[in-house]
Design a protein around this ligand. Structure first.
Ligand code: A3P
Length: 290
């Protein structure tokens, strides 16, 4: 079953309600100083967004509290039913420098982003934890079909029949793109293991320096525990008929390795076998626990 406000583009289901809007996205005019944050769904976008916002505001928490995370930086392709206009239109009206978000596969990104040589930060998360997070997210968000059972959702994830399409194509496509474009490719698990080191990578990529004190402040403000309690970051401001946090909170576990509590031995074997085939021939590797 699909959702009425989605569109299929190149075999991937997108939360873009019309062809007209999709064409506008394709014709989107990027600016050279745009920063693009790209991830597959449930790979740590909200977390990375908060880190980048803190970096850009020199660790000023009050400035990052100016709006909720869904309102602070628009998506290229998402239309939130509770907002007055598509995110794209909000992006068009934003003053520079902008930070824009996307869950699109690299080959679907508006060409102008490449032409303008925009800096892009991509965050990837290991497939199993990403799948688990996506499963729980699908349960709590009313805009997606109910996943029914974990095993059924596993099958859909493996075949790419989920919102934004195949995880495998997504992480591989962006991995290949980084050899040709200004892309900083980061991993959720690295951010969890050593947030400071990953923040230093972001700073270098953004050609920015911050004091050790400010960096420590960023690590604290963007920790799972602090973000979970932050109403401007924990997504509780999204209307409850869209996000039902009582079914599963958006800030759920925030830990690598939670997949172990979800996969049966049989499903794990099946998944691993399929994974090997899909990821054969790539230099891209993931940690599935820390
Ligand atoms: P879990 O469901 O595994 O807990 P996205 O923002 O891309 O939708 O990703 C959501 C996932 O990132 C959720 O994973 C969420 O808990 C996790 N997350 C959000 N903030 C985090 C933080 N500060 N540290 C670690 N994980 C975080």
């Amino acid at each position: 079953s699909t959702v009425s406000n989605t569109l299929e583009v190149d075999g991937a289901l997108l939360p873009t309600p019309s062809r007209e809007l999709w064409e506008k996205i394709c014709n989107f005019q990027a600016r050279p100083d745009d920063l693009i944050l790209a991830t597959y769904p449930k790979s740590g976008m909200t977390w990375t967004q908060e880190i980048l916002d803190m970096i850009q505001n020199d660790g000023d928490v009050a400035k990052c509290q100016r709006a909720t995370s869904t309102d602070r930086h628009p998506f290229l392709e998402v239309v939130f039913p509770y907002k007055r206009k598509p995110d794209l239109e909000i992006a068009l009206e934003m003053p520079s420098p902008r930070m824009l978000k996307t869950h699109l596969q690299s080959h679907l990104v508006p060409p102008s982003v490449w032409k303008q040589n925009c800096k892009i930060i991509y965050v990837a998360r290991n497939a199993k934890d990403c799948l688990v997070s996506f499963y729980h997210f699908s349960r709590m968000i009313s805009l997606l079909p109910d996943p029914q059972s974990f095993d059924k959702f596993c099958e859909k994830f493996m075949s790419g029949e989920v919102l934004y399409g195949s995880w495998y194509d997504h992480v591989k496509g962006w991995w290949a793109a980084k050899y040709q474009h200004r892309i900083l490719y980061l991993f959720y698990e690295d951010m969890k293991k050593n947030p400071k080191r990953e923040i230093h990578k972001m700073l270098e990529f953004l050609e920015k320096t911050l004091s050790e004190d400010v960096i420590n402040k960023i690590v604290h403000h963007t920790s799972f525990e602090v973000m979970k309690e932050n109403p401007m970051a924990n997504q509780t401001a999204v209307p409850s008929n869209i996000y039902n946090h009582t079914i599963s909170p958006f800030m759920r576990k925030g830990m690598p390795g939670d997949w172990k509590y979800h996969f049966t031995v049989a499903m794990n074997e099946k998944f691993d076998e399929h994974y090997k085939k899909k990821m054969a021939g790539t230099t891209l590797t993931f940690c599935t626990e820390i």
